[in-house]
Design a protein around this ligand. Structure first.
Ligand code: GAL
Length: 666
């Protein structure tokens, strides 16, 4: 809660875009909405340091004092995601270069190479100056380092840093040549100087090089974060430090690994689907964040994570901003908090009149406070205050999905058997199946402690090193259940295919051998013997101990297994060799979960009502978020914190609304 005993509520605020008169109006409106935390200064570098070494802090002094007087705490940002024009002019060599050698110019944000020494020096300097001035300011709740680390670069600084990183990772060139299989297409390296970043090339690039480039950037960006964090910590060790994670397949950040270096995991989440998809994406993002937070320090209670940014009234679909329907902002916020977020933060507080993001959504929209959005913001502030007691509650889940950043990166390589392979899409499909079946689930990464989970799901865990394969085997041998999908276990940690039949790392566990892939065309389906269809992928599965649960019907795979089950040690390993359609996947997940002895959170909740339970000692809270357009009656006992009314056997959750029931002890 970082300070005031309430859930965090607020968003990015950009006083540098407004007059002091608007600051005062904003603080009054924030108080009206019960906002208690704002991120300030995220892109304010050119206003803080208009010329090299010349600092203008008077406006920020006044803003922080105003906020403090208003009882609003601050996540103070280091502005390093947007170097000022003078920096780019003075250091053209620190501007980023794309894979095809184009040097980008100032004019947007993130125009730097994070491996360029001049950029790093300037970033450290502004951080130090800010730390010096504000580290003990009474309004300071946390430091918000940078914004959404994720940029890469192919300049000479990056290439030099990449080579040293590779030398560290592989030790010598023989190991690198073996890992990258450079015997293919005459790529053998005999000197480190021959290696560059994976720049645009004639035809397919080397998969090992592409994968290491992503890992390199994850580590390089992390080092850039850590050096700022250390300066901030040195100035005042009591103030937590974080950076807001951006999610997406393009992001070269291993979020779970980064979680060890932040005091709380902070994510920005912008769903892209309009229908139920937005709710499913929200649930997955929150479960991912909670999973990453397990790697962090936390505060001794629940894993610490915070929804740092979300859009108040828009869903950004490709090509169009969809206006959220009334109540949807609160439901999304509650879904995040049900899954452990320490609050709900937004991008942004007030919509700007100009600038590239002038139409991005805001709690105070262009229409001003006399608007539906602001009225909903005020209501949300009240809701968050009423449920503050849930904060120490730990989310209960007996199912976990395995997510792996590197598998995601490796499945973006060219030259794969299908262009539709996507680790995140497979994680989403598995998560969606569980969400629709009403199961709570955690997200873990390979190697995490998983004894507590009855069922572990491995969707397209393409890169499976020996240690990961042992980890899965151990879980099943000791009585755990595992559901493994196609593409898992196919390659090692360098993206080299394991030979002898797929999935090389997991054949014995699954009791089968996959002889051949049959990727499906877009829109193509295969029929399954127990009803339903498979999409995207199919394969020739030869059982070697596993029993067939579902077979393919028709086509070249007619009668061969599509889904199998194998007893292994004291547990069971399922294998799914195609992507079942959503309903078939949901039914399969229920079958596997039941076999593992796991049920849904609230068996009586109908489809579209999200149920999540958080527990702290004897206390428990049941979140019921009703995404349907009719009221829903759900069995429960206790007190609904949202209406402050007793719940005796049943709660009526309003259409498009929610209930948060402090449950009566059994
Ligand atoms: C985030 C970013 C914000 C703003 C927002 C717009 O990814 O951190 O600065 O650009 O998106 O939706």
């Amino acid at each position: 809660m970082w300070g005031d005993g309430r859930l965090c509520y607020g968003g990015d605020w950009n006083p540098e875009q407004w007059s002091p008169q608007v600051w005062r109006e904003d603080v009054a409106l924030m108080r009206q909405a019960r906002v208690n935390l704002v991120s300030v200064g995220v892109f304010a570098w050119s206003r803080l340091e208009p010329a090299p070494g010349r600092y203008t802090f008077d406006w920020l002094d006044e803003v922080l004092d105003l906020l403090h007087d208003g009882g609003i705490r601050v996540a103070l940002a280091t502005p390093t995601a947007s170097p000022p024009p003078w920096f780019s002019l003075a250091h053209p060599g620190a501007l980023p270069v794309t894979a095809d050698g184009v040097r980008l110019h100032h004019g947007s944000r993130d125009t730097y190479c994070a491996a360029a020494p001049a950029y790093r020096t300037a970033a450290r300097r502004i951080t130090e100056v800010l730390a010096d001035r504000y580290a003990t300011h009474p309004a300071l709740a946390m430091w918000h380092v940078h914004n959404e680390y994720g940029t890469t670069c192919h300049c000479e600084h990056a290439a030099t840093a990449f080579r040293s990183w590779l030398a560290q990772r592989h030790g010598d060139l023989d190991a690198l040549n073996a890992a990258w299989v450079t015997s293919f297409w005459s790529q053998h390296y005999s000197d480190w100087a021959q290696i560059s970043t994976p720049r645009a090339t004639q035809y397919l690039a080397n998969p090992g090089q592409l994968l290491d480039f992503r890992r390199f950037w994850s580590d390089t960006l992390l080092a850039a974060y850590v050096e700022q964090r250390d300066l901030l910590r040195a100035a005042n060790p009591r103030v937590p430090v974080t950076t807001n994670y951006v999610l997406g397949g393009w992001v070269p950040v291993d979020h779970a690994r980064w979680a060890r270096e932040v005091d709380l995991v902070a994510i920005d989440h912008y769903p892209s689907a309009v229908d139920g998809g937005a709710e499913e994406q929200t649930a997955l993002a929150a479960d991912l964040a909670r999973g990453w937070a397990r790697h962090g320090a936390g505060d001794g209670t629940a894993p610490a994570w915070l929804l740092m940014e979300s859009a108040p009234n828009h869903i950004y679909t490709p090509g169009r901003m969809h206006t959220k329907e009334p109540g949807r902002m609160a439901r999304h916020s509650l879904s995040h908090i049900a899954r452990g977020s320490r609050g709900a933060m937004f991008f942004q507080w007030r919509a700007p009149a100009g600038g590239a993001e002038r139409f991005h959504s805001a709690l105070v929209p262009h229409a001003g406070p006399d608007s539906r959005v602001f009225r909903e913001a005020v209501r949300l502030g009240g809701i968050l205050d009423r449920i503050a007691e849930v904060d120490p509650g730990v989310v209960e889940a007996s199912v976990a999905i395995v997510w792996d950043a590197a598998s995601g990166w490796a499945l973006q390589h060219p030259g794969l058997p299908s262009a539709s392979l996507d680790h995140h899409a497979e994680v989403s499909a598995a998560h969606r199946a569980l969400w629709r079946a009403g199961y709570a689930c955690d997200v873990v990464v390979p190697g995490d402690a998983v004894e507590a989970y009855r069922l572990l799901v491995l969707p397209a865990l393409y890169l499976t090193c020996d240690a990961t394969a042992d980890w899965v085997r151990r879980h099943v041998r000791h009585g755990g259940h595992v559901l493994v999908t196609w593409l898992s276990g196919v390659a090692d940690e360098h993206a080299r295919v394991r030979l002898g039949g797929y999935p090389g790392a997991l054949r014995d566990l699954l009791g089968l051998r996959v002889e051949e892939f049959h990727p499906l065309a877009e829109g193509e389906q295969v029929l399954l013997s127990r009803g339903g269809t498979g999409r995207v992928w199919s394969e020739t599965v030869r059982p070697a101990g596993a029993e067939t649960v579902t077979a393919y019907v028709g086509g070249v795979l007619d009668g061969l297994p599509a889904v199998t089950r194998h007893r292994y040690g004291a547990g069971t390993a399922w294998y799914v060799s195609t992507r079942p359609d959503d309903e078939t996947y949901r039914r399969l997940m229920v079958e596997a979960a039941r076999a593992a002895g796991v049920g849904p959170v609230c068996p009586a909740a109908p489809p579209g009502v999200e149920a999540v339970r958080r527990r702290a000692g004897e206390a428990s809270w049941l979140f019921l978020v009703n995404h349907t357009d009719r009221p829903q009656r759900i069995p429960a006992d206790g007190v609904d914190l949202l209406t402050d009314t007793p719940v005796d056997g049943e709660v009526v959750v309003p259409a498009g609304g929610a209930a948060v029931v402090r449950e009566a002890p059994d």
